[in-house]
Design a protein around this ligand. Structure first.
Ligand code: NAP
Length: 496
């Protein structure tokens, strides 16, 4: 493995040490086990294209062994005291924070995001464990007098049962934490399949949860190059009662079809196509700041990334000028280098897709104000880009860009902006910048999205309900409703 050893600011955590420190086998029934036939697959650094390590490549039989392990302990795990589950979550929160440096470096190596962002993701993921450690002991119920006064209704909430969790590569730790936290709090056991491109963060998290005291079999991790072959039999098996998926709408649709077979509960956190509206009366400094956050968090590879900027004519020129100045100045490079903001995209396919979308917009008359090109290898880099005069029929108006590209379209009226914003099958998040309170509330209510960033470019918060409408998904993660996704309501009719 030809890989240099870089030191982080802390001095003691090295690239070699963090990669070598991760167990790379499957985590089943509390044990690290090799995949059938000892099969493995490589994990690469998207900034260099070099192989970091090999990880176990689960077969369908390995997946079934993980489900067996989860099913075997579901009843005993459901019967644990909520306080016990809460304390495990709390310890996981503390361990994640204590290991931030090594976990952040590991994530940067496998995913590419700059180290400060990786540290931020560890903190964000840890907060889900703290939040759900607090929620685990607040699973309430009800006692009600029947309307006729004769009987009584008892309402209690119980764990859904065995759950299947599937996560994407763009937030390798947080997307898992958002599911594992509430599943543990509720008393559900799990089989989790992280993305093939970023399995190391999840394997590290499994070890931390075991260290925090999570009993064997409650969390099982299968890494694989055959996601459909491994997960579909588990979905159709009948013992799992829920699937929680974060990923693309295309894959989500297929999984919903599979879940119909045994009528599984589902949570679907799918793709986005966020509109970012700037009105003439907005605080332009705040709008540009918000745009940088909403666009450039995670190198633009976020479901919440601003995908379409609609700017009112009076401020459009100035907004484009300031955004271009900021985007053009962003340092690009390997995420481990100090000061880097624009890391690599996840793979060559991602660069090709972003290039094709920019080319398509340019062919339809858009002007490139900055960027608009790839960077010679190694690694998968695309320059931070701003486009203006992007027509509504450009492909990037309807498809997720998932890269550092900000397309600007000018509008004149509020109705026109809202109509353009809602003209998409997606409905995850929208951003609105205006200093007019009435307009802020009016537009927020009219936007067809599960979340709205009002005068701010970031909405994610473990204490808030995250999720989309339309084809961006079903259900919510985080907030006081997050645990509901892993609980069933039982009503007991009592005769007096
Ligand atoms: P993806 O291709 O849908 O993959 C997501 C996960 O599904 C990966 O673990 C993948 O495994 C797995 N998968 C793929 N095909 C499968 C199949 N047939 N059966 C079972 N599992 C399968 O999405 P991605 O490219 O990794 O992630 C980007 C997408 O996620 C974007 O659309 C983004 O908007 C969305 N996302 C949404 C949210 C949200 O909260 N709404 C958050 C983050 C990301 P492999 O890695 O092996 O392919």
């Amino acid at each position: 493995m030809a890989r240099e050893t870089a030191q982080t600011a802390g001095g003691s955590v090295t690239e070699t040490s963090v990669v070598e420190g991760v167990d790379k086998e499957l985590f089943i029934g509390g044990k690290w086990v090799a995949a059938t036939g000892g099969r493995t697959f490589p994990v690469t650094d998207p900034a260099t294209g070099q192989v970091l390590c090999e990880v176990a490549d689960a077969s369908p039989a390995d997946g079934m062994a993980a489900l067996d392990a989860a099913a075997a302990v579901q009843a005993s795990w459901a019967a644990t005291a909520p306080r016990e589950r809460s304390e495990i979550l709390r310890r996981a929160y503390e361990l994640l924070n204590a290991r931030t440096e090594e976990l952040a470096l590991l994530m940067t190596l496998e995913m590419g995001k700059p180290l400060p962002e990786a540290r931020g993701e560890i903190a964000y993921a840890a907060e889900f464990f703290r939040w759900f450690s607090e929620e685990a002991v607040r699973i309430d119920g009800g006692y009600q007098v029947a309307p006729n006064g004769q009987g009584r209704f008892l309402v209690t909430r119980q764990p859904v049962g065995v759950t299947l969790l599937i996560t994407p590569w763009n937030f390798p730790m947080a997307m898992g934490g958002r599911k594992i936290g509430p599943a543990i709090a509720a008393g559900c056991t799990m089989v989790i399949k992280p993305a093939e491109q970023t399995p190391l963060s999840m394997l590290a998290l499994a070890a931390i949860l075991a260290e925090a005291g999570l009993p064997a079999g409650v969390l099982n991790v299968v890494t694989t190059t055959d996601p459909g072959g491994v997960m579909e039999p588990l979905i159709r098996d009948g013992r799992a009662r829920k699937l929680s998926f974060t990923g693309s709408t295309a894959v989500g649709r297929r999984l919903l079809e599979q879940c119909a077979d045994k009528v599984l509960r589902t949570s679907m956190e799918l793709g986005g196509n966020a509109p970012f509206l700037v009105f003439d009366d907005a605080d332009l400094d705040a709008a540009v700041e918000g745009a940088m956050l909403a666009k450039m968090r995670n190198i633009g590879e976020a479901c919440t990334a601003a995908n379409r900027f609609y700017v009112q004519r009076g401020v459009a020129g100035e907004f484009a000028r300031r955004l271009t100045e900021r985007m053009a100045a962003l340092p690009m490079g390997r995420g481990t280098e100090p000061g880097v903001v624009v890391g690599p995209l996840i793979d060559a396919g991602a660069v090709a897709k972003v290039s094709a979308l920019v080319q398509d917009a340019a062919n339809r008359g858009a002007k490139v104000l900055t960027g608009g090109s790839t960077v010679d290898g190694p690694g998968h880099f695309y320059r931070a880009t701003v486009l203006t005069d992007v027509p509504r029929d450009a492909r990037m108006a309807t498809e997720e860009i998932f890269g550092p590209v900000a397309p600007i379209t000018v509008f004149d009226t509020e109705d026109e902006a809202v109509e353009a914003a809602n003209d998409t099958e997606f409905g995850l998040v929208s951003y609105v910048f205006t200093n007019d309170l009435k307009r802020a509330l009016r537009v927020s209510e009219r936007l067809e999205s599960g979340m709205v960033g009002l005068n701010q470019g970031i909405v994610s918060n473990p204490a808030a309900p995250f999720g989309g409408v339309k084809q961006s998904g079903l259900g919510r993660e985080g907030g006081s409703v997050g645990i509901d996704e892993f609980l069933e309501i039982k009503y007991i009719a009592v005769a007096l």
